[in-house]
Write a protein that binds this ligand. Structure first.
Ligand SMILES: [Zn+2]
Length: 403
């Protein structure tokens, strides 16, 4: 599986950008609209010293005038399977790093690497490899999507490898991730589902309800058991019905749940996105990519775990039956759509792409907003919300392009 991963269609290599580091040299970004947790500040400034945002800078600080631009925090992606032609589920370490770098070029300064359904032995091995990258600070942890999901709502997961969420098996994945499991998506209505939710919650791992065929009532039970995230709300679950509201109503109405939304214009009609965003409120939405290898790379043939995928016009579908198979979304596009198509305010979009996922990951003290003491993970956007600069941990991943 690993050897065969990656594009065979368009062979456009992802480029690495060996830009000179600025870490260590104090920098002040001036003149920008700085988006803070309290709202945008006109003609604001952000000071960076070393890897952190600071309150003040020494006199020799390097000044960069970004008048006419926005400065916002780096994006945080809770749910991401790959990019740049590389898969987090099946790629080599080099592939995975290329995928991470591709998403950094698009503003995602923190990401959780998501796996897809595989057999238990394969997944435990992947967990070991990904946990090393988490220890090195390359990823913020691991999200297991499958194998404990519903065959009725399997999406782009291999049906033959699905299994019920037996707590002993869930425990095996948690252990294999060596403290780096951050989230596990499961169909909580399956045998063992509620006990698995409790187990995950006890271990500080987010229990995410998804790829589920649960009723409204079953979903309420799972939330009461400790589930806190809805995996790509609307996708891979029963639709909202007026006599059988299903999981969607239960997930939207409960303040304990944050809902993931894939804002690529393909997975959700803009009206569905609006409905969810306004019902949950900005503080309970996380815009994720659910990206697969083709994100930031191009159309062609790919593998998603053991299943073959055709990407055409940026939409990924299983070759066998046309099911949508992850996205080719990057978070800079999700942000731009949120503001220009969905009509969200810049601060609400920042909340959904930065602050909320940082909070869910327990990282709100170091990332997710532009406050002194936090990591200098920041983005420069022009007046049309086009990405024009990416800084991560005080180093430019994309140097400012202020033309
Ligand atoms: Zn996914």
């Amino acid at each position: 599986m690993a050897a065969d991963s990656g594009a065979r269609g368009t062979a456009r290599p992802a480029t690495h950008h060996p830009h000179p580091a600025t870490a260590g040299h104090p920098t002040i970004l001036t003149g920008a609209t700085v988006v803070l947790p309290t709202g945008p500040v006109e003609n604001g400034q952000v000071t960076v010293d070393g890897t952190r945002i600071t309150r003040s800078a020494p006199e020799n600080a390097h000044l960069i005038d970004v008048t006419g631009h926005y400065v916002i925090p780096g994006f945080v992606d809770l749910h991401n399977h790959g990019g740049g032609g590389a898969s987090f589920t099946s790629g080599t370490v080099g592939d995975i790093l290329k995928g991470i770098h591709t998403h950094r070029l698009h503003g995602t300064t923190t990401l959780v690497a998501s796996t897809v359904t595989g057999d238990m032995e394969f997944l435990t091995r992947r967990a070991g490899l990904l946990s090393e990258l988490a220890e090195q600070g390359e990823i913020a942890g691991i999200h297991f999507e499958g194998p404990f999901i519903s065959p009725c709502r399997k999406g782009a997961h291999s049906e033959a490898l699905l299994r019920d969420p037996h707590p002993a098996d869930v425990r095996k994945l948690i252990d294999a991730a060596r403290g780096r499991a951050r989230m596990l998506t499961l169909a909580t209505e399956l045998p063992g589902g509620l006990d698995s939710v409790r187990l995950l919650a006890d271990h500080g791992v987010i229990a995410a309800i998804g790829h589920t065929d649960a009723t409204y009532e079953q979903t309420v039970e799972a939330i009461d058991a400790g589930a806190t995230v809805a995996t790509h709300l609307f996708n891979a679950m029963p639709p909202l019905g007026h006599r059988s509201p299903g999981p969607i109503a239960a997930l939207l109405e409960d303040d304990r749940i944050t809902v993931e939304l894939i804002n690529d214009g393909t997975h959700l009609h803009p009206a569905a996105l609006q409905l969810a965003f306004h019902r949950a409120g900005a503080d309970r939405v996380a815009f994720i990519t659910d990206a697969m290898d083709a994100a930031g790379f191009g159309d062609g043939r790919y593998w998603l775990g053991p299943l073959e995928v055709e990407v055409a016009d940026g939409v990924a579908r299983l070759v066998e039956d046309g099911t949508i198979a992850g996205s080719t979304l990057t978070q800079d596009r999700a942000f731009q759509r949120a503001v220009t198509v969905d009509g969200l305010t810049v601060e609400d979009a920042v909340t959904a792409l930065c602050a909320n996922p940082a909070r869910l990951l327990g990282l709100a003290d170091t990332i997710g907003s532009l406050e002194p003491g936090k990591y200098a993970d920041l983005l420069i956007l022009d007046s049309t919300y086009e990405l024009k600069g990416v800084m991560r941990r005080g180093e430019w991943v994309v140097p400012p392009q202020l033309g």
